[in-house]
Design a binder for this molecule. Structure first.
Ligand code: HEM
Length: 378
């Protein structure tokens, strides 16, 4: 069996998919990006952000040094894009992104293998700094404390998963070596991890109202192109091409955490549902996407390995882990119901990424994904 080592995919055993903490700002040459990204919430609130962006000089992104500076630059530029597009709300969006943003964003995105749009990899994985076991948010979108809380709690969920790097590795190594004790210990630790993710996710309730999420946060995560988008024709990246580009919206569905658990626990979904989850992978950093592909393609599926051992302890540990994951997905559905379905006060709520792919059955989709999880119980 292929050797899957987390480090090969730039996944930390302590903080998972989160990027090791960065400096908050880029070198002096990039001061206009530093300034606009930091002052975005106030300038959008006073309707001055768009004009400020238009005055921004065109900077040369090739002066960025190394991977981490590029990730920070990508974060700043997608925040600037988001503020620019959505400053006047979903009804007042513009169809063209000025060259001073679009060109460096396009080039940095190509270098990183990321999409030139706000992704979860930006606002969570790059933006959330781990500090003394807690999460500190570097850059905020408009919306004040409620918005910052949404970003922070997403980071806390990611961190709760991230701490389980060794457990994930134990399952993989255990399967490879047919080591029942190692697999069982991995599943037991992962069960606790999934419980911790749920506890972290529940913290959304502490400081984020449904109205604020739906009307204050969600619009700034919008993608473009497609019938559900306020920029239905797509976005023109001036100075790059006159052909409008289509992108799905930024969503925590772009987190690798649940897809890793799917791969590890051998959970499969129907081709239609998997097509959406695969599309989401295109919005992840390439090494994380590669890890998911390698997990999905493991020749010996974990449920099969567990069944073949006929070991009661191992089966119990596996089933416990699956049950925790089912419960977590059910809890997440409650969160989506509260923050999207109920908050929308409409029969046709706008989602984050899902509706951008032309589908409408949001909650049935999430329930089916949850039910697929349950099917691997033994
Ligand atoms: C206020 C909090 C949240 C809301 C309103 C929310 C909403 C949604 C929505 C609408 C979807 C469907 C796909 C889409 O349209 O983007 C979705 C899917 C998903 N979300 Fe969330 N979400 C929240 C928090 C989180 C967090 C913190 C994570 C993990 C860090 C997460 C992970 C996922 C995943 C992995 C999916 C794909 C479906 C699955 O694997 O079960 N979500 N979410």
């Amino acid at each position: 069996m292929a050797d899957i080592q987390l480090s090969k995919y730039h996944v930390s055993k302590d903080i998972g998919f989160l990027l090791e903490p960065l400096q908050d700002v880029l070198p002096d040459y990039f001061e206009p990006w530093n300034r606009l990204a930091k002052s975005l919430p106030e300038l959008v609130a006073s309707h001055k952000f768009r004009d400020a962006v238009k005055e921004m000089p065109l900077l040369d992104q090739s002066k960025l040094a190394g991977y981490r500076q590029k990730r920070l630059a990508h974060l700043q530029l997608v925040l600037i894009t988001s503020g620019y597009l959505w400053q006047e709300g979903e009804g007042g969006a513009v169809q063209r992104l000025p060259e001073c943003v679009s060109k460096p964003l396009w080039n940095v995105s190509n270098d990183l293998g990321l999409k030139p749009v706000l992704t979860y990899a930006d606002i969570c994985l790059t933006n959330c700094k781990v500090k003394n076991g807690d999460i500190e948010v570097m850059y905020n979108l408009p919306g004040g404390a409620g918005t910052e809380w949404f970003l922070k709690v997403s980071g806390l969920v990611e961190l709760a998963f991230g701490k389980s790097g060794q457990a994930v590795q134990n399952v993989l190594d255990g399967v490879k070596a047919n080591d029942k004790a190692k697999m069982a210990s991995g599943f037991t630790d992962l069960t606790a991890t999934i419980g911790n993710m749920q506890t972290a996710l529940a913290r959304m309730n502490e400081n984020l109202t449904p109205e604020h999420f739906y009307n204050g946060v969600r619009p700034f995560l919008n993608g473009f192109g497609g019938p559900a988008s306020p920029i239905s024709g797509g976005l023109v990246y001036e100075g790059v091409s006159d052909k409008p580009v289509t992108m799905i919206g930024g969503s925590a569905a772009q987190s690798s955490t649940m897809q890793v658990l799917d791969g590890l626990l051998g959970i499969t979904h129907s081709p239609e549902k998997q097509a959406f989850l695969d599309e989401i992978r295109n919005y992840m950093p390439p090494s994380h996407k590669q890890m998911l592909a390698d997990l999905t393609n493991m020749p010996r599926k974990v449920p099969q390995v567990v069944a073949e051992t006929k070991d009661a302890n191992l089966t119990k540990a596996f089933n416990g882990c699956v049950a925790a994951f089912v419960q977590y997905r059910s809890y997440h559905i409650q969160v989506v119901t509260k923050y999207i379905v109920t908050a929308s006060k409409s029969d046709s709520p706008k989602s984050l990424a899902y509706k951008d792919t032309g589908k409408s059955d949001l909650i049935p989709f999430l329930k089916e994904v949850r039910d697929d999880t349950e099917k691997v119980q033994q």
